[in-house]
Design a protein around this ligand. Sequence first.
Ligand code: DGI
Ligand code: FE
Ligand code: FE
Length: 195
Amino acid sequence: MKIDDAIQIVKPHLTEKRFDHTLRVKDTAVRLAEMYDESKHKAELAAVFHDYCKYRPLEEMERLIKMSSLPKDLLKYHHELWHGPVASILVENEYGISDRDIRQAIYYHTTGRANMSKLEMIVFLADYIEPGRDFPGLDEVREMAKKDLLLACWMTSKNTISYLMKKNATIYPDTFYAYNDLTIRINGGNKINGN
Ligand code: DGI
Ligand code: FE
Ligand code: FE
């Protein structure tokens, strides 16, 4: 699919603010893809569709989770976690985007997971560091994104878990799996001290 067509498809599904966020995630993902030698087109397409279902009615997402092969435990967790998995199904059903790498990057953009591919990490990180975001500690992650993709994703995952725990929110297993897996992958190179 051509990127301009993808942009026109998602636009009516998003608010103006969310659409602008999506375009910034796209540009950030392309930059990361260039830097880390990943397919620019896949990064761009996954980024354009990553929040495609952000504003779907909850009942519609709930129905799709129940009817599809998506894990039912999603329904026990916050509905904020549904839009990635739901979009990964709808982009295929509605627009024939069957590329597994792209669909996984859309699926896991909120939580991450163990064993993220380079493309998944790029979309996960681009969503967090795009220039419109303002989280505590973000500049440090932006700097790290220029040097080390794994470490930048690890910081993202750690910040997200800390933020959620401060709010007493429940944390979806994949969110923890992402953090643990990234820690193990990084510690193979002894970049963080821990146990
Ligand atoms: O869709 P965006 O706002 O661009 O960003 P996102 O999809 O990364 O995240 C949406 C929200 O989901 C964000 O406030 C962080 C939150 N989140 C991420 N992992 C978890 C989570 N919320 C809960 N409750 N549990 C998680 O594991
Ligand atoms: Fe999202
Ligand atoms: Fe997003």
